[in-house]
Write a protein that binds this ligand. Structure first.
Ligand SMILES: Nc1ncnc2c1ncn2[C@@H]1O[C@H](COP(=O)(O)OP(=O)(O)O)[C@@H](O)[C@H]1O
Ligand SMILES: [Mg+2]
Length: 330
């Protein structure tokens, strides 16, 4: 797939902090740094995986990028416009050109609305097609996600989880998005349905050329679907790079630990020992230095002091670790 040279999305030093403010300073609680200085780019048509344990800030980052959630500071250039400082007109354009697919396929749909009406609503709000063409476009979108157009008359309660997720994707596609954020969009589905939905997304990506930020727990799916992958830990990206490079040659001990925890395909080998023990520390009280140092099997004394290591660097594959890449094998 050929991609244009300039990024579709360019996020710089993005922070999303919760709490910590009060009219009376003495009553200000601790600040929760859910997203802590994140920078990343997404090229047109590219699929970027976003992985990391629960609570690492993936959903908060995805929501802030689409301006569905608030942000504290930073820059979000979408097609050259800073959406962190968007005007009403800019935000309307962002809504027309982006969409989010959520984990819970039922929760994302209004239970009282028929499927066709739910999709038509998006087409009307964004004035995508003339009124007399809406019915035909709804049928087309249903077909695109592999549902017979007769489903337009169904309500969410009549559908399976997989069918509901297809309707959610059809709704997302109704805006003809340049960027989709898919947040754990197959996690709630059976494995066979997961495969169908992933194949559908891959097929649509080829046909429509949209970029996808694919948030997922399942590293095997990320490996199959994503061009590049970013690994988040406690609000920061600790490693980013082309998917195969990150999977075969992880450069951060956290990534290496996550990969070690994937069950091997070979049944004779049994389950690997999970090197990631315990929970991540609370984002309300981030450890000094590298936030991963208390759990890191490779930590050196200097990892627990000073500033966290930076992700800056040359080349597409970068990690925020002071150890040379050859020394992080876990
Ligand atoms: N609206 C909110 N108010 C306060 N804390 C929040 C809010 N949303 C998320 N958080 C916290 O931010 C951190 C990151 O959460 P989240 O983005 O949901 O992580 P992930 O999607 O990686 O599991 C968590 O500690 C979570 O409890
Ligand atoms: Mg999440």
């Amino acid at each position: 797939m050929s991609v244009k040279a300039s990024p579709l999305l360019e996020v710089t030093a993005l922070n999303v902090h919760f709490g910590g403010t009060s009219l009376i300073p003495a009553f200000a609680g601790p600040t929760l740094r859910a997203v802590n200085g994140v920078s990343l780019t997404v090229m047109p048509g590219e699929t970027l995986g976003l992985v990391g344990e629960s609570g690492s800030g993936k959903s908060t980052l995805g929501r802030a990028i689409l301006r569905i959630g608030d942000l504290t500071s930073g820059e979000i250039l979408f097609d050259g416009t800073d959406m962190a400082r968007a005007t009403v007109g800019d935000l309307a354009r962002l809504r027309r050109q982006t969409a989010m697919i959520f984990q819970d396929p039922y929760g994302a749909l209004n239970p009282r609305m028929r499927v066709g009406e739910a999709i038509a609503e998006v087409l009307r709000v964004h004035r995508k097609v003339p009124r007399d063409k809406i019915g035909a476009r709804v049928a087309e979108l249903l077909n695109l996600v592999g549902l017979d157009e007769g489903y337009a008359r169904s309500r969410p309660v009549d559908l399976s989880g997989g069918q509901c997720q297809r309707v959610g994707i059809a709704r997302a596609l109704a805006v003809e998005p340049k960027l989709i954020v898919a947040d754990e969009c197959v996690a709630a589905l059976d494995v066979s349905i997961q495969g169908q939905i992933i194949n559908l997304l891959m097929d649509l990506r080829e046909r429509i050329g949209m970029a996808i930020i694919f948030i997922a727990h399942d590293l095997a799916i990320v490996r199959r679907l994503c061009d590049r992958v970013a690994v988040m830990y406690l609000g920061r990206i600790v490693e980013i790079g082309p998917t195969e490079q990150v999977f075969t040659d992880p450069s951060h001990p956290y990534t290496a630990s996550l990969l070690r925890a994937i069950p091997d395909i070979d049944p004779d080998k049994g389950l690997p020992a999970n090197p990631l023990t315990g929970e991540p520390p609370s984002p309300l009280a981030l450890p000094c230095g590298c936030a991963f140092h208390p759990r890191c099997p490779k930590a050196l004394p200097q990892c627990s002091t000073g500033e966290p290591p930076s992700l800056e660097g040359v080349g597409p594959h970068r990690a925020a670790c002071i150890l040379p890449p050859g020394e992080i094998t876990i």
